[in-house]
Every structure is written in structure tokens, then in C-alpha cells.
Design a protein around this ligand. Structure first.
Ligand code: C2E
Ligand code: CA
Ligand code: CA
Ligand code: CA
Length: 277
């Protein structure tokens, strides 16, 4: 390693090399991941606290890479967002999720399907048409579909986001604000947003038993949401303590490994037909 010329120092850092090469490979591999049928959907239930039943499920994408194995979405969604590939990926996810929704309908399981949407998708001129067309094509009722948009994706460009989300709401879709509490939206913005539900980020839920600050944040978020006429989902519930605590404070829906990990449809269908909780 030659370390005496300023610019080379950067280039010869072994860690940087590996990451950059891996990243470039992933970008290339992503291009053919849809045609090669390497994406798969897992589904994670949202338990209704009052009825103790599951009528809501979130679709979470997985990439089964031929040589690297299962790649978690945190490792490729941001790449897909930066390279423009999120458009095709979201459309694949959306279509596959609605096909599954239809299969569950046929089994008498009326499940509302939540789909994660990136900020980039909200900027596509024909995204609204794609969504309505696909819902129509799959013969799904719009109120069986929830769009999960992150808090940070609606704070930046509020006017455009509000307009589009209002159109979706008018069409009958449910809108959920994901990762709530991490995106610095103001109350004024929240009031304007056409949303049905706030999803409290798992970082506030995971230490609920030990962290009094988190308890205060979660309690006030639940109260705030309810006062604004919104439902609340808590994600990342990993133990009984948190589940009971959230139920006591009237949180509407619970999601997390303690209830069920995300599973492929083949495993979740028997679970939905015969829920263990
Ligand atoms: P998210 O939408 O906030 O989803 C929650 C993440 O937490 C999921 O990770 C889920 O598997 C995980 N999780 C659920 N319960 C627990 C728990 O009890 N404890 C812990 N520690 N984690 C739990 P996953 O599936 O790896 O997805 C990560 C993120 O990738 C998602 O966060 C979402 O932002 C993004 N993502 C996943 N699928 C899609 C997709 O189809 N489209 C887009 N645009 N983003 C997606
Ligand atoms: Ca989500
Ligand atoms: Ca989250
Ligand atoms: Ca997230």
C-alpha cells in the first residue's frame, strides 16, 4: 500500500474496496433479479388487540441471490432507490402481494394487505394509475390494500405527497405512516396528511420494559394518534411484556417476532386459518 499520496490513501483502503465491489455487483445483479425470479414475499401479521384476530398482513420482500443467499431488504432497497430500480421492484411486490391477497380471499381469509412504498415511487407520474389498474385487474377491493409510506418520505415534499395520498385515500386505500417517530414530521404536517394509521417505529418498542422515556413517547404517540382519529400499530414486539403493555395503553395493532416472524405464504396460510394466539 502506498500511503504517501493523499488521494491514494482512500483508494487503497481494503474495506472500501470490498464494499464498493460488492455494491457494484449487487447493482448489476439487481437488474436481472426480477426476470430471474429471485424475489420472494414474506408476510407478517398485525394482530388486532381488541378482537385478538389477524385481518392485516404486511408484505416484506426477500432477495434469494444465487450465490450470496438470502439478502435482507435493508441491504438492497436503498440501492434500488438510488439506481431507479425501485420502480420495477415495487411494481413486482405490489402485483405479487395482491395475487396472494386474492388467494387468501378464495380461502375465506379476508386479509388487508400492507405494501411498503418508497419515496421515489410517490414521484413516478404513473404510479397512481399503476396501483388502481393492478387492484382492478386482480379484482381486489381497494379497502383491502394499505400503503405503508415512511414518515421521512412524506416530510420532504409535503404538498405533492399530500395530493397523491389524498387521491389514494379517495380511491379507498388505507394509508399508514411507517417508522413513525424517526422522521421529524411536525404536528402541522401530520394534521394535513390523509392517513389512517401511525406505525410506531420498533426502536421505541424494543426497550419498552426498561426505558421509561420510550414508555412516555409511545403513550403520547398513541394518545396523539387517537385524538386525531388515527389507528396505531406497534412494530417490533419481541416479548409478552410489551404486548400486554401496549394492549393496556389501547394500541390498536401489534406486530413483531413475539406474535409471528415474517413467513412465506405457504407457512403463514395454515397459521392464519388456525391462529395460535
Ligand atoms: P419496515 O417496513 O419498518 O419493516 C419492519 C422490519 O422489522 C422488517 O424487516 C421485519 O422483518 C422486522 N421485524 C418485524 N418484527 C420484528 C421484531 O419483533 N424484531 C425485530 N428486530 N425486527 C422485526 P425486513 O423484512 O428486513 O425489512 C426491512 C425494511 O426494508 C422494512 O422496514 C422496509 O423499510 C424495507 N422493505 C421491506 N420490504 C420492502 C418492499 O417490498 N418495498 C420497500 N420499498 N421496502 C421494503
Ligand atoms: Ca413497513
Ligand atoms: Ca419500521
Ligand atoms: Ca423501516
Amino acid at each position: 500500500h502506498t500511503r504517501n499520496t493523499g488521494s491514494l490513501v482512500q483508494i487503497y483502503q481494503p474495506e472500501l474496496d470490498v464494499n464498493t465491489v460488492e455494491r457494484l455487483n449487487l447493482i448489476n445483479d439487481l437488474v436481472q433479479a426480477i426476470p430471474a425470479n429471485q424475489f420472494e414475499l414474506y408476510f407478517q401479521p398485525k394482530l388486532c388487540m381488541t378482537s385478538r384476530r389477524v385481518k392485516h398482513v404486511e408484505a416484506l420482500v426477500r432477495w434469494k441471490h444465487p450465490t450470496l443467499g438470502m439478502i435482507p431488504p435493508d441491504n438492497f432497497i436503498s440501492i434500488a432507490e438510488k439506481t431507479g430500480q425501485i420502480e420495477a421492484l415495487t411494481r413486482w411486490v405490489f402485483t405479487a402481494a395482491l395475487i396472494q391477497c386474492k388467494k387468501w380471499n378464495a380461502l375465506g381469509l379476508e386479509i388487508n394487505m400492507a405494501i411498503n412504498i418508497s419515496a421515489e415511487n410517490l414521484k413516478e407520474p404513473d404510479f397512481y394509475d399503476f396501483v388502481c389498474h393492478t387492484i382492478d385487474e386482480q379484482n381486489i377491493s381497494p379497502n383491502q390494500v394499505t400503503l405503508e409510506v415512511t414518515e421521512s418520505s412524506v416530510v420532504g415534499d409535503t404538498d405533492a405527497a399530500i395530493q397523491l395520498l389524498s387521491k389514494f385515500k379517495d380511491y379507498g386505500l388505507k394509508i399508514s405512516i411507517d417508522d413513525y417517530g424517526t422522521g421529524y414530521s411536525s404536528l402541522a404536517q401530520l394534521k394535513q396528511l390523509p392517513v389512517h394509521e401511525l406505525k410506531i417505529d420498533k426502536s421505541f418498542i424494543q426497550r419498552l420494559e426498561k426505558d421509561v422515556d420510550d414508555q412516555i413517547i409511545v403513550r403520547s404517540t398513541i394518545d396523539l394518534a387517537h385524538n386525531m382519529g388515527l389507528k396505531v400499530v406497534a412494530e417490533g414486539i419481541e416479548d409478552e411484556y410489551s404486548l400486554t403493555w401496549l394492549s393496556d395503553y389501547a394500541c390498536n395493532y401489534a406486530q413483531g417476532y413475539f406474535i409471528s416472524r415474517p413467513k412465506p405464504a405457504s407457512e403463514l396460510t395454515p397459521w392464519l386459518l388456525n391462529p395460535p394466539c
